[in-house]
Write a protein that binds this ligand. Structure first.
Ligand code: ZN
Length: 111
């Protein structure tokens, strides 16, 4: 008799699958980042810390890339990456502060 009940086996299988999907999807993301030159698409900077996938149009955003990689298919992931630009933390913050300004109706000077 198995030491596991069905629910435990199912949970273990689900967890193992999620890890494999994440590992595969990380390779897809790394390949795409490499194809784009591995640098910030806004300032051109090559940074030691990780770059951020920023959705240009939040209305078409399915989910953050960092969350989606845990369960998306390669096709969905690639489709989502095409909606994004790869930028550094500084440029990401600048874009979000500008987006908030636009939403609030303020004129935000472009630097
Ligand atoms: Zn940048």
């Amino acid at each position: 008799m198995s030491p596991y009940n069905d629910r435990e086996v199912q949970a273990a299988h689900h967890e193992a699958t999620r890890k494999l999907v994440t590992q595969r999807n990380l390779l897809v993301v790394e390949r795409e980042a490499s194809n784009r030159g591995g640098k910030c698409e806004d300032c051109g900077g090559i940074h030691d810390y990780r770059l951020i996938w920023h959705h240009v149009d939040p209305d078409t955003k399915r989910q953050e890339i960092g969350r989606g990689i845990r369960n998306w298919s390669v096709e969905v992931l690639e489709e989502e990456l095409l909606k994004c630009i790869l930028i550094c933390d500084s440029c990401h913050r600048l874009r979000h502060s500008t987006m908030k300004g636009v939403r609030a109706g303020f004129q935000v000077p472009l630097l």
